[in-house]
Design a protein around this ligand. Sequence first.
Ligand code: FMN
Length: 171
Amino acid sequence: MKEVNYREIAPDVLDKMAHGGVFFTVKDRAGRVNTMNIGWGSVSWYWNRPVFIAPIRHNRYTYELLKDADSFTVSVPLDDSCKQALQLVGTRHGNEIDKYAAAHLTAVEALAVKGAVIAQCALHLECKIRLAQPMTPDQMDEEIHANFYGDEDYHTLYFGEIVACYRTDLD
Ligand SMILES: Cc1cc2nc3c(=O)[nH]c(=O)nc-3n(C[C@H](O)[C@H](O)[C@H](O)COP(=O)(O)O)c2cc1C
């Protein structure tokens, strides 16, 4: 395990999000764990600390777990070996199938939060939720609303302080 600086890995995270997505994992207080794919999000700087912002739509099982969770993790595959797994966790619901068995993924304990990361990935961000901000449709640009929220399934934006950022493929 090697700690890495969030500013150095930010371009990789953005690149992977734009080309196939990354794993977003949450464990709720009851111990339920789920992973989904996110293609949108940002590595950013808020409240004088590094923050990952993830948009999660309300029809996701993940959203149910987030209602009773205080952290999430983002696991980033730096090669192409997880393409099929990303497709599966990005199209199926965790309350209907065991995504870990179906996608041949292993959830291992996170280091700094009470959560899990995906063992098959090389880069991990562990985040403590500092703000959950539902979108306010009446403040939204019309074009964005028409193109992305015609069904009124809005996102909540999760602002997670990045409390650990590391690679598992380096010493
Ligand atoms: C490439 C890709 C990117 C995605 N990005 C997001 C995202 O940023 N936010 C989101 O809410 N859903 C996103 N999704 C959809 C969820 O991953 C998908 O609905 C998933 O099945 C939800 O799983 P769950 O119901 O187990 O939580 C994406 C899916 C794919 C394939």
